[in-house]
Design a protein around this ligand. Structure first.
Ligand code: SF4
Length: 410
């Protein structure tokens, strides 16, 4: 089974264009994030936008809540490495100002701007400029009338909120739309998107709103977004975390890569869970390796394994890995031992060999290695460790004996 098979066939949606990024149709699912700086702080906001783009954001949203923010956008947009969307709440004039600033997209919350004439004025202006709008329904700020009609923020109420907004847009011939129906409750969010997907072919922007700080926020957002993506629903995603937004962008990118929905850009670090055989602190080495690779464009699967007894075999599908054994690091490429380095140099060696593979390929890495010597060293350490630890490194046999004695003795 191919990794991409994890998701059902993607739902067919219309395609829109947010600046240079296509959303919907057969375009790759894009990652969005949002700045948390004051938009009027042009340099600070641009710095964050660059960091978000480096971490995997394809599109970035900035709030446009006051005139100074709109003026900031006018300077940010031409210098941004990715398309910019202006987030609008309450004041439709801010939407018009953001369009004047040259933004690539708008997000309107139908719960906050309710005057039909204002909504249509924005849609007309966006249409003239070829700028798409996201109808961003949010369970927490649903129009009170819908809340009362449905007795709460139900999936049906959220769908109707989006449909009312869409109808205003259609009145002025504006169809350049994507839609979101976010909620902080994962089950509600999933149901709302499923219902929405049955009623529209506009592209959908997925998110669990106010998911909270990691790790809980990451888990909630992943549960909602991944469930829908696996059903073929969703064209663009955002993790809403109470954290540095770089974490949002990184998480979004990593989720898509893990599901085989985007090409891998950075490493996929795998590591053994560690056990009685571990010759190193696996958690520490794995964290140091993750930090050393960071956001670098090294699209390899990299393994950190606690022992040379089982490590190279268990991680034989990894592009490159390292296993510890008797104060040494045994490097392996596609399961074949290629080099032995001091334990203290394991992470540096891993990065160096990974860089070599990216530049020259696996075959070149294997042919530059002294495979015979590396294998002999690994075999010798493996045998020595087996001698010391035996086959039962976790002393399970000993423990079973003790349990039997305890229970028998009772
Ligand atoms: Fe890690 Fe070795 Fe234990 Fe497997 S046997 S979990 S590779 S330490």
């Amino acid at each position: 089974m191919q990794a991409a098979d994890v998701a059902a066939p993607r739902r067919k949606t219309r395609q829109i264009k947010v600046g240079s990024v296509l959303v919907g149709g057969d375009a790759p699912i894009s990652v969005q994030s949002m700045t948390i700086t004051k938009t009027a702080d042009v340099e600070g906001t641009l710095q964050q936008i660059y960091a978000l783009a480096a971490a995997g954001a394809d599109i970035v949203r900035c709030t446009c809540n006051e005139q100074e923010a709109a003026e900031g956008l006018a300077q940010i947009v031409p210098r941004s490495p990715v398309p910019i969307i202006a987030d609008i709440h309450h004041q439709y004039r801010m939407a018009l100002a953001a369009l004047e600033a040259g933004v690539h997209g708008l997000r309107l919350n139908p719960g906050n701007i309710r005057n039909p004439e204002h909504i249509k004025a924005v849609a007309r202006e966006a249409g003239d400029r070829g700028v798409p709008i996201r109808i961003g329904v949010n369970a927490g700020s649903l129009d009170q009338r819908l809340y009362d009609k449905y007795g709460g923020a139900t999936p049906e109420a959220m769908l109707e909120s989006a449909q009312i907004e869409l109808a205003y847009f259609e009145e002025v011939g504006f169809e350049d739309v994507k839609i979101s129906v976010k909620a902080s409750n994962v089950a509600l969010m999933i149901q709302a998107y499923r219902l929405l997907a049955e009623h529209t072919d506009h592209p959908l922007h997925l998110g669990v709103t106010e998911a909270g700080p990691p790790p809980t926020g990451l888990i909630k957002a992943t549960a909602g977004i991944a469930t829908l993506l696996a059903e073929g629903i969703g064209d663009t995603i955002r993790y809403s975390l109470t954290a540095d937004p770089v974490e949002e962008a990184r998480a979004g990118r990593q989720l898509l890569e893990a599901m085989g929905l985007r090409e891998r850009k950075t490493i996929d670090l795998i590591a053994c869970p560690s056990c009685g055989r571990a010759e190193i602190d696996v958690i520490d080495v794995a964290q140091r390796a993750q930090a050393a690779f960071g956001e670098r464009e090294i699209p390899l699967q990299v393994a950190v394994m606690g022992c040379v007894v089982n490590g190279p075999g268990e991680a034989r599908d990894a592009d490159i890995g390292i296993a510890a054994g008797r104060k040494k690091g045994h490097l392996f490429v596609k399961g074949q031992n290629v080099a032995v380095v001091p334990e203290s140099a394991m992470v540096e060696a891993l990065v160096e060999w990974a860089e070599f593979i990216v530049e020259h390929g696996v075959e070149a890495a294997l042919s530059k290695a002294d495979l015979v010597a590396a294998k002999a060293a690994a075999d010798a350490d493996r045998a020595a460790l087996l001698d010391e630890q035996g086959l039962d490194a976790n002393r399970a046999g000993e423990r079973v004996e003790l349990i039997r004695k305890t229970v028998g003795g009772g």
